[in-house]
Every structure is written in C-alpha cells, then in structure tokens.
Write a protein that binds this ligand. Structure first.
Ligand SMILES: [Mn+2]
Length: 403
C-alpha cells in the first residue's frame, strides 16, 4: 500500500498581484498530479490549504477539478481536509472541498472524521484556531481511541506544532496522540519529516513559493510531495521534488558598484526560461532612490517578472533581512515594519493587535483598532498618510505574520 501526501497548494493565489504567479501555482499542481499518477499510488492525502481562499475563483476550482478527475481516471482517490485558508470561521460554513464530494473527493470533516482504505484507518480534522484548541484536543482523543482498533493508521491535520513552528502554533508536540503510524500534516510551508511515536510526522510543505522566506527551504529541500510506503512493517517515506515554476533570486548590491552589480545579475538571468522574481537590496544609497530604481528597471525589467528593491540609505543602519530570514519573530517583524513611522504608539498598537489576533480575541482587537483610530485620526490627524491606507499597511504586516 502506497500513498502520496501533499498540502498547501494554495490554488488561486495571485502572488504580488501577478496573473503569471497564479498560473505558476496551477502549473505546479498539475505537475504534482501527473507525478503522483506516474508513481501508481493507491490513494492521495491533501492536508489543507488546497485553495488560497474559502471562495476560490472558477479558475482555481477548474484546475482542481481537472486534477481530481485525472486521479479518478487513474483509479486514485483523494482524501482531504480544509486548512485555515480554505475555511471561513463561521458556524455552519462549509469549505470549497465539499463541492467535489460528488466527483469522489473524500472530505474529512468534524462530521465525517474517518475512513478506512483497505486495512488502513485514515482519520483527521480540519484546521482549528487556537481559540478552539480544547475542542480539537478532545476530538483528537476520540480519534486516538478509534485508531487503537487498527494496525495501520494515519492522522490528517492542518495545525502548527510548537516543535516546528516558532510562533502561532495551536498544539504542543506532547498533546498529539502517539498511536498513529503516519501524521499527514499541513500548514507549515517548509518541509518537515520527523519521527514521532511509532511512526513519522511529515509536513510536505507548500508546492510553490508562497512567501519569499520559503526560498531558503526550497533551495535545501525542494518543493513537492511525499510518497509513503505502508507495505512493510516499517513505514518508508520518500521526498518527491517538483521544481517551482520560476526562480526567486535575492542579491545584495552596493550603491558604489551598482553598475557592475546589475551587470552581474543581468548575465545570470538573461537566459532563464522563465523570468525570475528579483529581490534586490541596495546598500549605502547616496542619491534619490527613484534614480536607482530607474537604472535597475532599465537594465533588468525585461529579464525579470518582478523586481522588488529595498533601499538602505547611506546614513541608516541596515535592519534585519525581513524577506529572507525565517528566524525573525513576529514581534520583531512588526516593530521593524512600523518603525519608519517613528511613532511609539503605532508600534505598540501593532504589537497589541498582534497579541490579540494571535489569541483569536476578535472583539478585543476591534475595540483596540477603534480606540486607536479615534485617538489618533479623528481628532489630531497626526500622520501624513491617509488613515485607511496606514491601517491597511498594518493589516498587511499582520497578515504576513499570521500566515
Ligand atoms: Mn498554507
């Protein structure tokens, strides 16, 4: 018995607002499906965040439908749970996965928590936010009891675990029942393959680069899915790498030697099959950034899908590398992003809001935002930017942190 485990395909995600990036996510998904069929597996498990949103576009739905029907044609069923992205946090709300039940998708939900495939017990739950961890834990205990009757069992979850996710986790590793053989996890976009209990705990990671800070892991472990062989006494897992659609290139340039720096990058990328995403950091800038930007654009725009420059002025210290350093914590990230407003109250507001939101204190968050708004914008109009624009930026920063 052999199966494929994938997660976090985020179909419909239009990264940087680019249609090309939306297509990249579709293309990779199609490659994954083709490869799974080649591998002649018995079934597939998708551990959540199948779609980018709970209301996917017709395009996203069609790409999935095509993949699902291809699998069906090859006699391969798919089991799936909803992740935090493809779920609306409202009572009675249903995830888009449900649409595909009639096409054979085996949706694992709180009502329908488990299946058996041959002699394998497949159980799971959709994503539970940290405010509902109590419910999650009691349901896990129920599933653990049921699994005890089977020799081979799989637990499918879309959650952060403290051991692998520095912040925003819902479960501590010790809170997970240890009598399953395979833990088919989703949510963390980097590849994790660990031993746990008597089996393996695996996050296959996202199938495309969803955030720039996934590039490091992509270079080390690749993107793709995991093949699991359940035939013998012991479980065997194999990472199957599927190349991301295009490269993300990050370079740090010095203002002093900008021309040669740009020439070097041009040399590197001009013959790429697919235009890369370029993240450029330009240090010690001594002139107007507009001019530097123009120069970069003129030389490189024809060879890059997108250029994302970051300027460090000559008289400013270089801050942490927010885009690429995955070890930076959320509080640090918020402080760093908000510091250019030079306003302590705004910084504190960002941190408080993060704290509330990460604990799912929605009402408190709303009060905090209203309070902040009335205090600083209604009366004093203290800042130059329009309040809406500024609040949106704060929200964007928080969205980035709260994956
Ligand atoms: Mn995800």
């Amino acid at each position: 018995m052999k199966f494929a485990h994938l997660a976090d395909t985020h179909l419909g995600y239009r990264q940087f607002g680019l249609v090309e990036r939306e297509k990249d996510f579709y293309e990779v998904f199609e490659k994954v499906i083709d490869r799974i069929i080649e591998e002649k597996v018995d079934f597939v498990i998708h551990s959540g965040d199948l779609f980018e949103t709970a209301r996917p576009s017709p395009n996203a739905l069609l790409v999935f439908q095509k993949g699902l029907l291809k699998l069906k044609g090859a006699g391969i069923p798919m089991y799936a749970i909803a992740g935090n992205h493809d779920m609306v946090m409202r009572k009675g709300a249903i995830p888009p996965q449900v649409i595909f039940k009639r096409l054979g998708l085996k949706v694992i939900s709180p009502i329908n928590t488990n299946y058996t495939h041959g002699d394998i017990f497949i159980a799971g739950l959709p994503y539970y936010p940290s405010s509902q961890v109590k419910v999650l834990k009691s349901k896990l205990a129920d599933l653990s009891k049921k699994a005890a009757d089977y020799e081979k069992s799989i637990l499918v979850l879309h959650q952060g675990i403290d051991k692998y996710f520095g912040h925003n986790y819902e479960l501590e590793i010790g809170e997970i029942p240890d009598n399953f053989d395979y833990y088919a996890m989703g949510h963390i976009h980097n590849y994790v393959n660990d031993s746990f209990g008597r089996g393996r705990l695996v996050y296959p990671g996202s199938t495309e680069i969803w955030k720039t800070n996934e590039v490091k892991d992509y270079n080390e472990n690749g993107k793709g899915f995991v093949l699991v062989d359940f035939s013998g006494q012991k479980i065997h897992t194999k990472r199957v790498k599927i190349d991301a659609s295009r490269e993300f290139i990050s370079r740090s340039l010095e203002y002093d030697s900008l021309e040669s720096g740009i020439a070097g990058i041009k040399e590197l990328i001009q013959n790429f099959d697919k235009k890369p995403i370029l993240n450029l950091q330009i240090n010690n800038v001594e002139s107007d950034t507009g001019m530097v930007y123009e120069m970069i654009n003129e030389e490189l725009s024809e060879f890059a899908l997108m250029i994302r420059p970051k300027f460090n002025m000559a008289d400013e210290p270089i801050g942490p590398d927010i885009e690429n350093d995955a070890t930076i914590g959320p509080e640090e990230l918020i402080t760093e992003q908000l510091k250019h407003y030079g306003c302590d109250e705004l910084n504190q507001f960002g941190l408080d809001l993060y704290d509330f939101l990460s604990k799912d204190k929605i009402d408190e968050s709303r009060d905090l935002v209203e309070q902040f708004f009335s205090e600083f914008y209604d009366k004093s109009k203290k800042y130059e930017k329009a309040p809406q624009e500024e609040l949106e930026e704060v929200q964007e920063t928080l969205d980035g942190v709260l994956k």
